[in-house]
Design a protein around this ligand. Structure first.
Ligand SMILES: Cc1ncc(COP(=O)(O)O)c(C=O)c1O
Length: 376
C-alpha cells in the first residue's frame, strides 16, 4: 500500500465546525447573511478587539482595505518584498504602483530602518506613498512599533497583512491589530480555515461598515436597487462562517500543535550543520504556521532544491520560501528599497510539512528524509 502524501499544511477541524454548518442547512441560512456570520464576526471581534467584516478571501480584504485608505490610480504603496503575490496584486487592482521594501534578518519581515529612511527621503522629495502594507510572514509579526511610528510621523496609514499570522503576538498584542486596517486569511492552507475566506478588521468602525457595504455590491439602503458607488461580491458565506466559528474555538490548540511540530524539527536538526531555523524575534510569539529553515548547501552537503526534490520523490511536500516580488516577472520593474536580504532568504529558505495534525511518525519520516539527503 502506498503511503498517503504528506502535505505542507492541511485543514484541521475541531469538534464543532460540522455542527455549525449543519445548523446553516437546518435553518436554511444558505446565503451571505445569517447567524453563523454574525457569531463568527462577534467571536473574531472578541479575539482582536476591533470591529470586523467576514469576506470571501484575504485578497478581497486587502483590496477593500487599500480602497478604504484612499489608494487610487497614480499612487505608490510601499509593501514587503518577501511575501505571497496576493499582498501586492490589490495595489495594482486599484491602479497604484507597489514599491518593494526588503526584509530584516531577525524576523524575515519588513526592515523598519529601511522603511523609516525611505519615508524621510520621500517626504523631502514630496513623494510619500499613499499607504504601507506590512506583512507578517509564516506566523511571525513584523517589528510593528518602529514601522507604525515612522508611518505616523509622515501621516501615512498602515495596512497590516496578517493573513499568515492569526494567533501571532507582538509585544503582548495580537498581530493584525496594529494597522489602521488589518487583514486575515482563512484559506485552506492557513492555521485555521473556512476553506476559503478572509477578515478585515479596523479600530475605525465606519471603515469596517464601508467595507461591508462595498462587499455586498454597494447597494444603497432603498427599496429599489439603487447604486451610487461601485461595489463587489466579496462577502463570506454563512455556511463557511460556521466552519470559522468552530475553528476559532481551537485556535490556541492549533498554535501549540504547530509550535510543537517546529520544536521537534529544531531539536532533531540541532546537530546538523547548515540547517538554521527561522528566528523567533524577541518581540512576540511566532505561531510557526509553517516550519521554515535556511539551508547552507556547503555545510549541509545538499542544496535546498535538492532537498525539495528528495522529499517530493518520497511523496512529501516541501516548498521554497516565497519568491520575492522583485524576482517576479509581474513586479520586476518596481522600485525597490533595500538590498538582497529577501533574495537570500528565498534562495536558501525551505518550508517543511507543518500541519497541526502531522502525526509523530510522519514527523519522523520528514526528519529521516532530510538527514538521509545529505551527501556525507
Ligand atoms: C501574506 C498573504 N497575504 C494575502 C493572502 C491572501 O489570502 P487569500 O488566499 O485568503 O486570498 C495570503 C494567502 O493566501 C498570504 O499568505
Amino acid at each position: 500500500m502506498t503511503r498517503p502524501r504528506i502535505y505542507l499544511s492541511v485543514p484541521h477541524m475541531g469538534p464543532n465546525e460540522e455542527r455549525y454548518v449543519r445548523e446553516a442547512f437546518a435553518s436554511n441560512w444558505l446565503s451571505s447573511v445569517g447567524p453563523n456570520l454574525d457569531a463568527f464576526e462577534a467571536s473574531f471581534t472578541g479575539l482582536v478587539g476591533q470591529p470586523c467584516v467576514a469576506l470571501a478571501s484575504g485578497t478581497a480584504a486587502l483590496h477593500l482595505g487599500l480602497r478604504l485608505l484612499g489608494v487610487g490610480p497614480g499612487d505608490e504603496v510601499m509593501v514587503s518584498d518577501l511575501t505571497f503575490v496576493a499582498s501586492v496584486n490589490p495595489i495594482r487592482y486599484l491602479g497604484a504602483e507597489p514599491v518593494l521594501v526588503d526584509s530584516e534578518r531577525g524576523s524575515w519581515n519588513m526592515d523598519p530602518g529601511l522603511l523609516a529612511r525611505a519615508l524621510d527621503d520621500r517626504a523631502r522629495r514630496g513623494r510619500l506613498p499613499r499607504a504601507v502594507v506590512v506583512v507578517d510572514l509564516y506566523g511571525q509579526s513584523a517589528d510593528m512599533e518602529p514601522i507604525v511610528e515612522a508611518c505616523r510621523r509622515h501621516g501615512v496609514p498602515v495596512l497590516e497583512d496578517a493573513a499568515e499570522a492569526i494567533g501571532t503576538t507582538y509585544r503582548g498584542r495580537l498581530a493584525g491589530t496594529l494597522g489602521d486596517v488589518n487583514v486575515f486569511s482563512f484559506n485552506g492552507n492557513k492555521i485555521i480555515t473556512t476553506t476559503a475566506g478572509g477578515m478585515l478588521a479596523s479600530p475605525n468602525r465606519e471603515w469596517v461598515e464601508k467595507a461591508r457595504f462595498w462587499s455586498q455590491q454597494a447597494r444603497d439602503p432603498r427599496v429599489e436597487y439603487h447604486h451610487t458607488e461601485m461595489g463587489y461580491n466579496y462577502r463570506m458565506s454563512n455556511v463557511l462562517a460556521g466552519i470559522g466559528r468552530g475553528q476559532l474555538e481551537v485556535l490556541e490548540e492549533r498554535v501549540a500543535q504547530r509550535r510543537a511540530v517546529f520544536d521537534r524539527y529544531r531539536e532533531a536538526f540541532a546537530e546538523l550543520p547548515g540547517l538554521e531555523p527561522m528566528p523567533e524575534a524577541p518581540f512576540g510569539r511566532h505561531t510557526r504556521w509553517l516550519s521554515c529553515f535556511l539551508v547552507d548547501e556547503a555545510r549541509l552537503g545538499v542544496s535546498r532544491d535538492e532537498l525539495v526534490r528528495r522529499l517530493a520523490a518520497e511523496n512529501v511536500e516541501a516548498r521554497p520560501v516565497w519568491k520575492p516580488m522583485h524576482l517576479q516577472p509581474l513586479y520586476e520593474r518596481c522600485e525597490r528599497v533595500g538590498g538582497e536580504v529577501a533574495a537570500d532568504l528565498y534562495r536558501r529558505g525551505l518550508c517543511l510539512p507543518s500541519s497541526s495534525r502531522l502525526a509523530p511518525d510522519e514527523q519522523d519520516l520528514v526528519i529521516s528524509l532530510v538527514r538521509g539527503a545529505r551527501k556525507v
